[in-house]
Design a protein around this ligand. Structure first.
Ligand code: HEM
Length: 480
């Protein structure tokens, strides 16, 4: 029996190798194409996925990319997740890919991510249904809502987190950033309050959910992937109960519900099914809290090693706070936020060098030509968006954390197409302004109340999700 099983597996592997080999050769030989250089070899099923995904400092492209760029140039082909893929570290090509969404290229989420996030997750969708969901997200975070609903809540949640920090203690800054961003999102999405049992249950399930997203996608009893699928069900159950409450209230004729939270406003959406609504909320929770908490951790990390930046930032926020005191105002308002000019330089520089999202997944909808290369229809395309941020032809001394560079950039350009932290084109992150607001408000309170240093050596790593190997442990001291 054991022998038969072994033979079966070996035959399957050989068949796969032959299949993959033929598939790539067909493409090459069938039409005399000028494909980008590279090779489509590697392991069966996964190709060169493992070396491609190797963790590395997020302020670099990693050894795999460096070696491949040195050998083949900035656009090359490889076998990623068993599929022929064009990888691009060419900022111009990457912009072209993102701008041509829906015409020449389209989002192509790996099956394993779609399985955990849900088939209706915005991150997995393309086409008309994606547009419909996206317009809900854009509307949820429009400028008016940021001023009226989000700003007071961001302010309150930041103060709440910092109130819990005790003088002369050491803890994980990353954990705290996550707590802040999670509390904010669950409140805005579903009116769930921090510290309540169901919020805590949601948070603990979410931890497993997230671990599965970054794991090898094997659905076996002991794997992180299987555990994440179970967490997905548990999370959807909690969200489903919340949705039922909204639906019940709507049936009872309760008015003005849509002002409460996103769930209430989509509960009566005429075109969306229950599954679609729940996947939408889950993808918003994921997209809206993993990233902005990483951004806050990165700011904490870069600032502790840049005393001059911290000093200027502190001066900016102390000035704003003093002016408010003189006017007898409490709570940040939009005018205060607009005064945070140096803070915006710090935010941009943090996102540039921190590279929260390293790459995106797309596929070619048609045969496309770029810089003399053929990109065959149906091939996967992976733009490495961090490449523009680390390019010395675009940013002087790209490895140096220098927020002042943005004073010149802001003064000379209305739009900087080399900022790719939030992607670009029709799928540009709808949460970009909210994320900046969260960072600015958190920093406003942080720099006035605390000093901090790293308790242990740590640094930002692309796993490829951004993380800190030691969870960014900091030692804080309260300022008098
Ligand atoms: C610094 C923080 C953030 C970064 C770096 C970031 C980055 C990104 C990136 C790179 C994408 C991929 C777009 C693509 O596929 O082309 C994206 C999509 C998205 N982000 Fe963000 N994001 C951040 C914060 C947020 C926040 C706070 C929200 C709030 C809910 C949010 C919601 C979304 C949504 C809904 C999408 C899907 C958009 C679509 O498919 O059309 N993001 N984000």
């Amino acid at each position: 029996m054991g022998m038969e099983l072994l033979l079966g597996i070996s035959t399957l592997i050989i068949a796969l190798i032959i299949f993959l080999g033929f598939r790539s050769n067909d493409k090459l030989d069938g039409k005399s194409l000028k494909l980008p250089p590279g090779n489509l070899g590697g392991w069966p099923l996964i190709g060169d996925t493992i070396p491609f995904m190797q963790p590395h400092s997020s302020a670099s492209l990693g050894t795999f990319m460096d070696q491949h760029i040195a050998k083949y140039g900035r656009i090359f082909r490889m076998n990623l997740l068993g599929r022929p893929t064009i990888v691009s570290a060419d900022p111009e090509f990457n912009r072209f890919i993102l701008q041509s969404e829906g015409r020449l290229f389209e989002n192509s989420c790996p099956t394993s991510i779609a399985e955990i996030m849900g088939r209706w997750s915005m991150l997995a969708l393309a086409g008309d249904i994606h547009k419909e969901m996206r317009s809900i997200a854009v509307n949820f975070m429009n400028n008016v809502k940021l001023r009226t609903y989000f700003l007071p809540d961001v302010d309150a949640q930041a103060v709440k987190i910092l109130d819990s920090w005790k003088d002369n203690t050491t803890f994980s800054a990353m954990e705290q950033g996550k707590k802040f961003a999670f509390n904010l999102m669950v409140k805005q999405l579903m009116s769930m309050d921090p510290g309540m049992p169901e919020t805590e249950q949601l948070r603990s399930e979410y931890v497993f959910f997230m671990k599965g997203m970054a794991s090898i996608p094997l659905n076996l009893p002991w794997t992180a992937f299987r555990r994440a699928l179970q967490s997905r069900s548990a999370i959807l159950k909690i969200m489903g109960q919340k949705l039922d409450e909204r639906v019940r209230k709507l049936q009872e004729g309760v008015q003005g519900l849509e002002e409460d939270d996103l769930l209430a406003s989509v509960a009566k959406h005429p075109h969306l099914t229950r599954d679609q609504i729940l996947d939408l909320i889950l993808s918003m929770l994921f997209a809206g809290h993993e990233t902005s908490s990483a951004a806050i951790s990165l700011a904490i990390y870069f600032l502790q090693s840049s005393p001059k930046v911290l000093q200027q930032l502190r001066e900016e926020h102390t000035k704003i706070a003093n002016q408010k005191k003189e006017r007898g105002e409490t709570g940040l308002n939009w005018d205060d936020y607009k005064q945070m000019e140096f803070t915006h330089c710090v935010i941009n520089e943090t996102l540039r060098l921190g590279n929260i999202v390293k790459f995106l997944h797309r596929k070619a909808l048609k045969d496309v030509q770029f810089k003399g290369y053929d990109i065959p229809c149906g091939w996967e395309v992976v733009p490495i968006i961090s490449a523009a941020h680390l390019d010395s032809a675009i940013y002087d001394d790209p490895q140096i954390y220098n927020p002042w560079r943005w004073e010149t950039i802001f003064a000379t350009m209305t739009k900087n197409s080399n900022v790719m932290s939030f992607s670009g084109g029709p799928r540009l992150c709808p949460g970009a302004e909210l994320a900046k607001l969260e960072m600015a408000v958190f920093l406003h309170h942080l720099v006035q109340r605390f000093e901090w240093e790293l308790a242990e050596h740590d640094y930002p790593v692309s796993f490829p999700f951004l993380g800190f190997p030691k969870q960014l442990p900091i030692k804080i001291r309260a300022l008098k």
